[in-house]
Ligand binder design. Structure first.
Ligand code: UDX
Ligand code: ADP
Length: 460
């Protein structure tokens, strides 16, 4: 039985950072080095002030405090970490391609390939290489081919070990996972990774499969979750025209134990780095095998999500007498969900873009997202010049600054603090009629209408 003493993890992002922190916390005898090319990210992971970690996750600071410097290290010396490691996790980013074949759909495997070539070049003894990033099915085969053909004659065993943590709950998800999935061909390599997880995960929750099932399961899990959100969002539109209430419908169907209550919360649309990317990936794979019906079926989940974001923006415009030109709209929230500073694919970006096209004046307040990030998100769309984005949209650090004098409030993220505001006072400071567009359904209609707001919530 192979004993793992040193682990390297390439990529110190939302997946690599928290995952390795917890593995290190639970396996004090294994030395783990997380490496990244991004010097400022590594500096932030090493910052003595735990408030400055590059990723905001409740509870992560305590885990890092326990393990960092003991058996958890963050570094930019990728070669050294690879050379010393018995097991290497690959947690680099795999964004959707923005060029060439598969543009807008396929996963961009450039970073994975560079990483594989680097491992092959540096490795001087046998290694277990673990795919942690979400990848298209059969990437392990490509990885193996690169490693075997460009390496120094050493043996590589590839495992797929997709991460199922959700942002905002990364630490509890890692501490108490529903399951850990390990795909591979080599029994000894699989067992080595099982042992690491067994330090805290019950054995019956560690599933082992072949490589391809593991890779595909990750895409399918995300596709199913996203499909539930799009399904309930489709029903939310129907509720609005029929007088049904989508929360009541969710509750009624969620009581059916075959359906279950989770992921049935109607919203302005799902975001995050995974759902859209993984479904696009699934669609791309299906199309590349000419499975048109399969591809069309899953693509619809994305199209409905786009429609939901669009519909929310349209609703704001229509309700405000078909013009938002020059009107101040307070955006509460920019992150794709609460308790994270991650904004990738956040619905807020697309809703804002739509309203800026109509020359609205947007003022954003988000408790965790920086102004730089918000402008980066908008500029990335390329809809208008950076100067124009900065003219029309401002970012503030105090909610009051966003709310005072606003014609409307749009809630884009379900941060708990938004529920605590003194909404009667907010109304007094706003232009009349004062509108609230609740894209997350976190406020109480009766109360808000009692204060004199015109209140719109998805699916009511
Ligand atoms: C997801 C998967 O849950 C996780 O297992 C995988 O590893 C990565 O992708 P994440 O993107 O972090 O995690 O967040 P998740 O909680 O799944 O939410 C995704 C999006 O769906 C968010 O924008 C959220 O607001 C939205 N959502 C979720 C809804 O609109 N309604 C719901 O009922 C649930
Ligand atoms: P995820 O959400 O999948 O964790 P992130 O973008 O948050 O994605 O993190 C991926 C990290 O991987 C980034 O910090 C990036 O700098 C790093 N990275 C990408 N390629 C390499 C590489 N070849 N060597 C080291 N780090 C890399």
């Amino acid at each position: 039985m192979r004993e793992i003493k040193r682990i390297a993890c390439v990529g110190a992002g939302y997946v690599g950072g928290p995952t390795m922190s917890v593995i290190a916390q639970k396996n004090p005898d294994i030395t783990i080095t997380v490496v990244d090319l991004n010097q400022s990210r590594i500096d932030a992971w090493n910052d003595p002030d735990l408030d400055n970690l590059p990723i905001y996750e409740p509870g992560l600071d305590a885990v890092v405090a326990e393990a960092r410097g003991r058996n958890l290290f963050f570094s930019t010396d990728v070669d050294q970490a690879i050379e010393e490691a018995d097991m290497i996790f690959i947690s680099v980013n795999t964004p959707t391609k923005t060029y060439g074949k598969g543009k807008g759909q396929a996963a961009d495997l450039k970073y994975i390939e560079l990483c594989a070539r680097q491992i092959a070049r540096v490795a001087k003894n046998d290694k277990i290489v673990v795919e942690k990033s979400t990848l298209p099915v059969r990437t392990a085969a490509a990885l193996k081919s690169i490693l075997d053909n460009t390496g120094n004659g050493v043996n590589f065993h590839i495992l797929s070990n997709p991460e199922f943590l959700a942002e905002g709950t990364a630490v509890p998800d890692l501490h108490n996972p529903d399951r850990v999935l390990i795909g591979g061909e080599d029994q000894e390599a699989i067992e080595a990774l099982v042992q690491i997880y067994e330090a805290w995960v019950p054995r019956d929750r560690i599933l082992t499969t072949n490589l391809w099932s593991s890779e595909l399961s990750k895409l399918v899990a995300n596709a199913f979750l996203a499909q539930r959100v799009s399904s309930i969002n489709a029903i939310s539109e129907l509720c609005e025209v029929t007088g049904a209430n989508v929360d009541e419908v969710s509750r009624a169907i969620g009581y059916d134990s075959r359906i279950g209550p989770k992921f049935l919360k109607a919203s302005v649309g799902f975001g995050g780095s995974c759902f859209q990317k993984d479904i696009l990936n699934l669609v791309y794979i299906a199309r590349s095998y000419n499975l048109t019906a399969v591809a069309d079926y899953w693509e619809q989940v994305i199209l409905l999500n786009d429609h939901q974001k669009d519909r929310f923006a349209q609703k704001i415009i229509q309700t405000m007498y078909n013009t938002v030109n020059g009107k101040k709209i307070a955006f509460l929230g920019w992150a794709f969900k609460k308790d994270t500073n991650d904004t990738r694919e956040s619905a807020a970006i697309y809703v804002a873009d739509h309203l800026l096209d109509e020359e609205a004046e947007i003022v954003v307040y988000d408790p965790k997202v920086s102004a730089e990030q918000i402008y980066r998100d908008l500029d990335y769309l390329g809809t208008r010049s950076p100067a124009e984005n900065r003219r029309l949209l401002t970012v503030v650090n105090e909610p009051r600054e966003a709310l005072t004098g606003a014609h409307a409030v749009a809630i884009l993220t379900e941060w708990d603090e938004f529920k605590q505001y003194d909404w009667a006072e907010v109304k007094n400071g706003m232009k009349k009629p004062a509108f609230v567009f609740d894209g997350r359904k976190i406020l109480n209609r009766k109360q808000l209408e009692g204060f004199g707001f015109q209140y719109y919530a998805i699916g009511e």
